[in-house]
Design a protein around this ligand. Structure first.
Ligand SMILES: Nc1nc2c(ncn2[C@@H]2O[C@H](COP(=O)(O)OP(=O)(O)O)[C@@H](OP(=O)(O)OP(=O)(O)O)[C@H]2O)c(=O)[nH]1
Length: 177
C-alpha cells in the first residue's frame, strides 16, 4: 500500500474517532463523519485535487470547531500545513453566531488557496444537503438565509476552482440567489 493511502486512512480514522458521538441535524441523524468524508470527496473526485494535505484538512476540518481536538494536536500528528489549513477554516465558537457568520464573509478572500478549496467544498456539501432535506427545526426562511449567506462567502473565494464554483453558482441560481 502506498504511503498516501496509509496517511489518508489514518486521517479519516482520527476524524471518525473524534466525531464518533455526533450526528448531522437531519431527521435520520446521519453520522457526522459523512460530512467531512463528503467534503474530501468533492475536492478529490469532483475537483480532481490531489494535494494530500488539502484532502487531510478536509477530513479534519470540523474536528477543532466541534470536538475536543486542538490545533496543537493536529500539528503534532499531521504536521504544520494540515494544522494551519484547519485553523483557517475553524470558526471561533465563543463568538455570537451572527459575528461568526460575518467573519466568514470578511475572512474568505484572505484565506490560503488550500483553505479556500476546503471552504468551497464545505459550502457545496452543506447546500446540497439542504436541498436533500431540511435540518430538524429549520424553517424554509432559515434555509434561504443560509443560501444567501453562503453566496456571500463564496463570492470571496472566487478564482479558486472553476468546476466547484460552477456547481455552487448553479445551486444559487436555482434558489434565485
Ligand atoms: N445542511 C446541513 N447542515 C448541517 C446538518 N447537520 C449539521 N449541519 C451543520 O450546520 C451548520 C449550519 O448551521 P447554522 O445554524 O448556520 O450554523 P451553526 O450550526 O454553526 O450555528 C454547518 O456547519 P458549519 O461548520 O457551521 O458550516 P458553515 O455554516 O460554517 O458553512 C453544517 O455543517 C444537516 O443535516 N444539514
Amino acid at each position: 500500500m502506498n504511503s498516501n493511502t496509509t496517511v489518508l486512512l489514518e486521517t479519516v480514522n482520527f476524524a471518525a474517532e473524534k466525531h464518533r458521538n455526533q450526528r448531522r441535524k437531519d431527521v435520520e441523524g446521519t453520522p457526522y463523519i459523512n460530512h467531512p468524508i463528503g467534503v474530501a470527496r468533492i475536492i478529490s473526485y469532483e475537483g480532481g485535487v490531489v494535494d494530500i494535505e488539502v484532502l487531510q484538512a478536509a477530513l479534519l476540518h470540523d474536528t477543532v470547531e466541534d470536538t475536543d481536538t486542538s490545533i496543537a494536536e493536529l500539528e503534532l500528528i499531521f504536521g504544520p500545513t494540515v494544522a494551519r489549513i484547519v485553523q483557517e477554516v475553524t470558526d471561533d465558537k465563543t463568538l455570537p453566531k451572527q459575528e461568526r457568520k460575518r467573519l466568514q464573509v470578511e475572512h474568505a478572500p484572505h484565506c490560503s488557496h488550500q483553505a479556500k478549496l476546503v471552504k468551497l467544498a464545505d459550502k457545496l456539501y452543506n447546500l446540497r444537503d439542504l436541498n436533500r432535506c431540511t435540518p430538524t427545526g429549520w424553517t424554509a426562511e432559515r434555509v434561504q438565509e443560509y443560501f444567501v449567506w453562503a453566496s456571500m462567502v463564496v463570492r470571496g473565494l472566487r478564482g479558486t476552482h472553476p468546476t466547484i464554483e460552477e456547481k455552487l453558482e448553479e445551486l444559487f441560481k436555482q434558489r434565485g440567489v
